[in-house]
Design a protein around this ligand. Structure first.
Ligand SMILES: [Zn+2]
Length: 334
């Protein structure tokens, strides 16, 4: 019996080897056109551990921006040379839109909500969230770095709250600004952002689920708001800390990574207060470089998590090394 099995196995193995050797000669190659090419990529999420917290970067997609027209405090020559080194055409730079999910053990916290239906290449956050193993109704808190469509429009789609059980936390300086019709009249350059802000927050305001933050402080255990006004009046970082490890989520400190790490003084048209935004960028980059903590940024190439190193008066962005080994330390998910 055993011999028979062995010899059968040997016959099958020999046939397999033979077919592997000769198949290319015997079978005509199919025409390439018969196999349709696939234009989609997978929904994006990237997970790492920060102390006891599970942190997941979620991709909302991308937006293509004419950085040559939008970036300020620079020259075409300077911008051209830094962007050429990075291999990116500044006239059509494709920028990631990243959000970040933090499972603290007791709360599931989303930082920024993506662009909803505002941009054609974006609005994939909920798909990425599902791919990462969670549902919108699981989210307990949404922390908004600032009220701009690519961060807050994903809160509400077709008038309905996308996160039906979440409290939305946002700096009071941003709700005071973006929900005030008198301010809208004074800042016509940002008219579209004012209109979008009202739509984004409407269902959460109607159900009394907007928590307006007046100052820096802890929102849920291990996550603090750090107001960083400039880009918008209530623009805020969020500092996430667990078991001595730290990640600071920068919101819109950076729009053009290659230009702004090279020269933090380069700003963008979207800034409500350009000088304030520059001061925040210079201070945040210096702090991150000297203290070495992790940084997460909404518009640095997905997953947008890395560290900062000083290089003279410029900085380098050091993206996290792709890792799966570290996740094995996760307590009940081995
Ligand atoms: Zn943004």
């Amino acid at each position: 019996m055993n011999n028979h099995r062995l010899s059968l196995r040997g016959t099958v193995a020999a046939a397999f080897v033979a077919s592997a050797l000769f198949a290319p000669c015997l079978v005509a190659a199919p025409a390439a056109a018969a196999v349709p090419a696939q234009a989609r990529t997978v929904p994006g999420y990237y997970r790492l551990l920060l102390g006891q917290f599970e942190v997941t970067a979620l991709s909302d997609g991308t937006v293509t921006l004419p950085l040559d027209k939008l970036l300020t405090n620079t020259s075409p020559a300077e911008l051209g040379s830094v962007m050429q080194r990075a291999g990116i055409d500044p006239a059509k730079a494709e920028i990631s839109i990243n959000a970040f999910l933090i499972h603290t053990g007791s709360r599931l916290v989303l930082v920024d909500a993506g662009a909803g239906t505002v941009f054609p290449q974006a609005g994939k956050l909920v798909e990425s969230l599902h791919a990462a193993g969670y549902r919108p109704e699981d989210i307990s808190d949404v922390l908004i770095t600032h009220i701009h469509g690519d961060h807050s429009a994903g809160l509400t789609v077709k008038g309905k709250a996308v996160f039906p059980n979440a409290v939305v936390h946002v700096q009071k300086a941003d709700t005071d600004f973006w929900l005030d019709p008198a301010k809208a009249a004074r800042y016509p350059r940002h008219a579209h952002a004012f209109a979008q802000a009202r739509l984004d927050l409407a269902p959460y305001l109607a159900s009394n689920r907007v928590h307006r933050l007046a100052r820096a402080g802890e929102i849920v255990p291990g996550i603090r708001s750090l107001p960083a006004p400039g880009h918008t009046p209530g623009h805020s970082f969020y500092e996430v800390e667990s078991a001595g490890e730290k990640l600071v989520l920068w919101g819109d400190l950076i729009h053009g990574k290659d230009a702004q790490f090279h020269a933090p003084g380069i700003a963008i048209e979207f800034d409500v207060d350009e000088a304030g935004a520059i001061r925040q960028r210079e201070a945040a980059m210096a702090d991150a470089a000297s203290r070495g903590y992790l940084v997460g940024a909404a518009h640095i190439s997905f997953p947008g998590i890395g560290r900062v190193a000083a290089r003279g008066r410029s900085y380098d962005w050091l993206p996290v090394n792709y890792s799966e080994v570290e996740l094995r330390r996760m307590p009940d998910k081995q």
